[in-house]
Design a protein around this ligand. Structure first.
Ligand SMILES: NC(=O)c1ccc[n+]([C@@H]2O[C@H](COP(=O)([O-])OP(=O)(O)OC[C@H]3O[C@@H](n4cnc5c(N)ncnc54)[C@H](OP(=O)(O)O)[C@@H]3O)[C@@H](O)[C@H]2O)c1
Length: 276
């Protein structure tokens, strides 16, 4: 098991869910950390939780309120962070939302735009801002996409689009980072039990929920543990959870037929139940 003493890890979305659990693991392995998100109170709670996991009392656990969807905010805050803490050895881009999981006709241009700005432009801006400093350290960038980048889902036209585009960005960026001696890991989890799913449940149509009932639910602790192991292996594409990996394999082997036909059947059944 790798120790991360003397390493600096920046985490966007570090105040909750997968990002927070990854922060705890890196702290327990000796790293210094910068946890980023918008909400200050949640960041303060996260800092306490991560500090409690430290290997040494001397490790720095810092927080920064930043909106990844606002390029000016990212640029200003990151230039301050680089001055104060230095360039990260590892950047984890975990900030994301799934607020508008709904039928396509209910998702306004503004809602769609908000999802893209946070889930796609957010990681893009963060990576582009930190890249020159990270290049000197031959740093490692970790991006949280989603299994929704591979599989369509009822109610996921905004979220799925953002995560598929993010995977596309990573697939090309990997070729540009490798000659610089840098590593890129893109993570595509299935469902993980975090506050994001509470947000999603507010609008997700029943047909979407019915499909999700067939998938397994990981704890954020397990997801984070598997992701950190993939980071240690310097793996490019990583799918946490054995059952999601199997589904991905079957999806690829059948050219998507298996997931499409199963989802069609589940949606038909859910609609029949809604009528009765
Ligand atoms: N949970 C799942 O089932 C699942 C599955 C596949 C992929 N993922 C991906 O994994 C990542 C982490 O998800 P999670 O489940 O851990 O979510 P979560 O518990 O809801 O945490 C999301 C984090 O992102 C931050 N955030 C949201 N918008 C932001 C913005 N504009 N600027 C800066 N920070 C922002 C949130 O804090 P503030 O709101 O205070 O800013 C929070 O810290 C996401 O990218 C998600 O798409 C999750």
């Amino acid at each position: 098991m790798q120790r991360f003493e003397g390493k600096l890890v920046y985490i966007t979305g570090g105040s909750s869910g997968i990002g927070l659990e990854m922060g705890k693991i890196f702290a327990a392995r000796g790293a210094d950390l910068l946890l980023m998100a918008r909400g200050v109170e949640k960041l303060q709670d996260a800092r306490k939780a991560v500090q409690a996991c430290r290997l040494h009392g001397s490790q720095r656990i810092e927080t920064l309120s930043v909106d990844v969807a606002d390029p000016r905010d990212v640029q200003t805050k990151m230039s301050g962070a680089l001055e104060d803490l230095g360039a990260p050895d590892i950047l984890i881009s975990s900030a994301g939302i799934n607020k508008y999981a709904d039928r396509f006709e209910n998702i306004s241009y503004e809602m769609f735009d908000e999802v893209m700005k946070i889930n796609l432009y957010g990681p893009r801006t963060m990576i582009q801002t930190l890249l020159p400093a990270m290049e000197q350290k031959k740093g490692h960038i970790v991006v949280l996409s989603s299994a929704a980048a591979f599989f369509g889902m009822f109610g996921y036209t905004a979220y799925g689009t953002s995560k598929a585009a993010l995977l596309g960005l990573c697939d090309s960026l990997r070729y540009e980072l490798k000659p610089k001696g840098m590593t890129l890991t893109v993570v595509c989890p299935g469902e993980v039990d975090t506050p994001m799913n509470i947000d999603e449940a507010r609008t997700l149509p029943r047909e979407g929920r019915a499909g999700k009932n067939f998938s397994s639910l990981m704890t954020p602790e397990d997801a984070a543990r598997e992701i950190v192991a993939a980071i240690e292996r310097k793996q490019y594409l990583f799918i946490p959870g054995g059952s999601t990996r199997l589904l991905y394999l079957l999806h690829r082997l059948t050219g998507g037929w298996l997931t499409r036909s199963t989802s069609d059947a589940v949606i038909r059944l859910a609609r029949r139940r809604m009528r009765n």
